[in-house]
Write a protein that binds this ligand. Structure first.
Ligand code: CAA
Length: 414
């Protein structure tokens, strides 16, 4: 095919998506009772119902590999030339999490594998880097993995906004779900709203300030998107936002409405973001994966056929950087989704008691090089089996060394 003919049929964007959420979760009604808080604050005030709780034998690598396994269904693995792993919960200062995933998924050796960081929004820069790569080498595909664990102090204001999970996507010129528009609006500013020093296990956050900065970044990124020739506000049928908690999407949407100079029309806001909120409400924050879990939720749960609809997306990473961009849902997208598998993943989770949640929260990996074999808790195909000589040992769950109990929670005295 001549290159001009080929470019006329190429659609650069997201070809496939897969999600993984941990096998365990905490119903926030339980947390509300334990912390002496009215559940209405969690349910209505921050918009969360359930939060995912990663098991001691899972981390961003295993969650990312599990999500990627699904995203790669029906994709020729030999076409993957780049693996980008976006996370702010990295497991090593040097080695990219992408390399562990590359091995677990048996991807071709002629492949580059890197990790990217900028709080919750490196996944969006990764997406745009992958699209730039598509422009240079249209036949090469990128596997993009966003995987994170949100962790705040027990009893802190941030505790109900924890969560964890991963979304993986194949980015290529054979997009089947979302074609990405070329215009992006950016905003960067050096602020301390949320950060995670290397020597701490929990994030530090100035909660109220972080919400203020999020809205400021949205406003600035939107203005830049408009200046760069982006689509008018009225051309969007849906919006997806980074969702540290789902109520944030509502705050963001009314703020954007004001920034776009729209007075009134608040009643139309919710239907534009509601389907994107569904999965996040039951999973919680998963940092780099949050925006894309929202996008997946919208594609899989929106009652309307969104073929041809233009979607506005806002990615926010504390510290801070924001990016506003857009895309168009492709006709026939529903044929390329994994809706039932994702619903099963969400519906078949085991709910933890507060004691079990706190036990998981407090579990730590050995830091002195002692060999450690981990009990089998994690769901999915891959898990962290243990540690040896400061090395993480990943493998398939079915080949775990320890024998799995019928319910692993039995070992916690359930
Ligand atoms: N029924 C209904 N609503 C109630 C209620 C009740 N009984 N009690 C309180 N509420 C409402 C409050 O009125 C408030 O609503 P508004 O936001 O509309 O004012 C809401 O519930 C939350 O109440 P508070 O403001 O009192 O909550 P808080 O001080 O406990 O903290 C938080 C909330 C700041 C989000 C906190 O959970 C936190 O720090 N989370 C982590 C930081 C975060 O997620 N920041 C978001 C922006 S940064 C970002 O996006 C990057 C990232 O991923 C971290």
């Amino acid at each position: 095919m001549l290159s001009t003919e080929r470019s006329s049929v190429m659609k650069a964007g997201i070809e496939s998506m897969g999600m993984y959420v941990p096998r365990y979760a905490l119903d926030l009604r339980e947390l509300a009772v334990a912390r002496g808080v009215d559940y209405g604050k969690y349910r209505q005030g921050i918009g969360q119902e359930i939060m995912a709780v990663p098991a001691p034998d899972e981390d961003v690598v295993t969650m990312g590999a599990n999500a990627a396994l699904r995203a790669l269904e029906g994709v020729d693995r030999d076409s993957i030339r780049t693996v980008i792993f976006a996370t702010e919960s990295g497991v090593d200062q040097s080695k990219a999490a992408a390399i562990y995933v590359h091995r677990l998924l048996d991807l071709p050796p002629r492949c580059r594998s890197v990790e990217m960081k900028q709080a919750c929004c490196s996944s969006t820069s990764a997406l745009h880097f992958a699209l730039a790569s598509c422009a240079l080498q249209p036949e090469h595909k990128t596997l993009l993995i966003a995987s994170d664990i949100a962790r705040y102090g027990l009893g802190s204001a941030g505790e109900p906004t924890q969560g964890g999970g991963a979304v993986a996507m194949v980015v290529s010129t054979e997009a089947k779900l979302l074609q990405i528009d070329p215009v992006v609006g950016y905003y960067t500013s050096d602020v301390m709203d949320f950060w995670r020093p290397n020597y701490l296990d929990e994030a530090l956050v100035d909660g109220k300030y972080s919400i203020k900065v999020y809205k400021q970044a949205l406003e600035q990124a939107w203005q830049h998107y408009v200046e760069e020739g982006g689509h008018a506000f009225s051309s969007f049928e849906r919006f997806c936002y980074h969702m540290p908690f789902t109520r944030m999407a509502e705050k963001a949407q009314s703020h954007l409405l004001r920034c776009a100079g729209k007075c009134g029309g608040e009643e139309k806001l919710l239907p534009m973001i509601q389907s994107a909120q569904r999965y996040n409400r039951e999973v919680g924050n998963c940092y780099t994966a949050s925006l894309y879990m929202g996008l997946l939720s919208m594609l899989e749960q929106d009652p309307a056929d969104l073929s041809g609809s233009r979607v506005g997306l806002f990615s926010y990473g504390s510290g801070c950087m924001g990016a506003f961009f857009s895309g168009q849902v492709l006709p026939g997208y529903r044929d390329f989704l994994n809706t039932q598998a994702h619903l099963d993943l969400l519906n078949e989770r085991e709910m933890l008691s507060i004691a079990e949640y706190e036990h998981f929260y407090q579990s730590r990996l050995c830091e002195d090089g002692t060999a450690q074999e981990l009990e089998v808790y994690a769901g999915g195909a891959f898990r962290l089996q243990g540690l040896r000589d400061h090395m993480r040992l990943y493998g398939e769950r079915q080949n775990s060394l320890l024998t799995e109990l019928e319910s692993p929670l039995l070992s916690l005295g359930r």
